[in-house]
Design a protein. Structure first.
Lengths: 117, 117
C-alpha cells in the first residue's frame, strides 16, 4: 500500500496524559498536513510542513500541541496534558509541492481516533 | 476569509435517480475547489477538483461537479446513484494564490448521502 499511513488508528488515554501520533506520507510527497475532525464537523487545519520546515500553524494548535517532521519524511503530532476536548479524529494528508503537477491535491490517511477519558 | 457552506446535512435519494450535493464557497482570490468522500471510521478519499478550465469536472466513480463562478457554487452530481455511494461528502476550498505559503484546505461540515434501494 503506497498511501498515507497513520499510527495508531485508535488511542484511548486519560486526561492529563501525553500522546503522540505518527504519519507516514506518500513517499514522493514533500508536503504534509495535519487536520482535526470532531463529530459532525469537517476537518479543521492544524499545521503543515514542506520537507522539514513547518510553514503554517493554525490558532487551533495550542501550546500543548507540537508537530515535527525532522527528516522531511514521517511526522509526529504530540499532545501534552490531554483534555477531554482533544477527543477527535486526527487526520494526516500529503501532497506534492508546487509547481509539480497535481500539487493541489491532498491525499488523506485513515486517521487516528483519540478518546480522552 | 475562506469558507465553505454545505446547506444540507442530509440528502436522500433512490437508487438509479440523479443526485446533487450542494456546496457554496467564499475566497479572496480564485478558488481551488475539491470534493472528498468519507466512509465510516475512514479517512477522506479524493473525488475530484476544479483548478481552472472547463467548469464541468469529472471525477472518480462517475461523479462530476460544476463550477459556477457567479453563484460561487461547486455542486457535486451523479446521473444515477448507487447504494454504495452512501457516505459523508465534504466540499473544500483553498485560495489559488501560489505566491503564499498557505496550503490549508477549508472544509464544509459535510453532507450525509443516503441512497436507498
Amino acid at each position: 500500500d503506497t498511501g498515507v499511513s497513520q499510527d495508531p488508528r485508535h488511542k484511548i488515554t486519560k486526561r492529563g496524559q501525553n500522546v503522540t501520533f505518527r504519519c507516514d506520507p506518500i513517499s514522493e510527497h514533500n508536503r504534509l498536513y495535519w487536520y482535526r475532525q470532531t463529530l459532525g464537523q469537517g476537518p479543521e487545519f492544524l499545521t503543515y510542513f514542506q520537507n522539514e520546515a513547518q510553514l503554517e500553524k493554525s490558532r487551533l494548535l495550542s501550546d500543548r500541541f507540537s508537530a515535527e517532521r525532522p527528516k522531511g519524511s514521517f511526522s509526529t503530532l504530540e499532545i501534552q496534558r490531554t483534555e477531554q476536548g482533544d477527543s477527535a479524529m486526527y487526520l494526516c494528508a500529503s501532497s506534492l509541492a508546487p509547481p509539480t503537477g497535481d500539487s493541489d491535491t491532498q491525499y488523506f490517511g485513515p486517521g487516528t481516533r483519540l478518546t480522552v477519558l | 476569509a475562506q469558507s465553505v457552506a454545505q446547506p444540507e446535512d442530509q440528502v436522500n435519494v433512490a437508487e438509479g435517480n440523479p443526485l446533487t450535493v450542494k456546496c457554496t464557497y467564499s475566497v479572496s482570490g480564485n478558488p481551488y475547489l475539491f470534493w472528498y468522500v468519507q466512509y465510516p471510521n475512514r479517512g477522506l478519499q479524493f473525488l475530484l477538483k476544479y483548478i481552472t478550465g472547463d467548469n464541468l469536472v469529472k471525477g472518480s466513480y462517475g461523479f462530476e461537479a460544476e463550477f459556477n463562478k457567479s453563484q460561487t457554487s461547486f455542486h457535486l452530481k451523479k446521473p444515477s446513484a448507487l447504494v454504495s455511494d452512501s457516505a459523508l461528502y465534504f466540499c473544500a476550498v483553498r485560495d489559488s494564490d501560489r505566491g503564499s505559503t498557505l496550503g490549508r484546505l477549508y472544509f464544509g461540515r459535510g453532507t450525509q448521502l443516503t441512497v436507498w434501494p
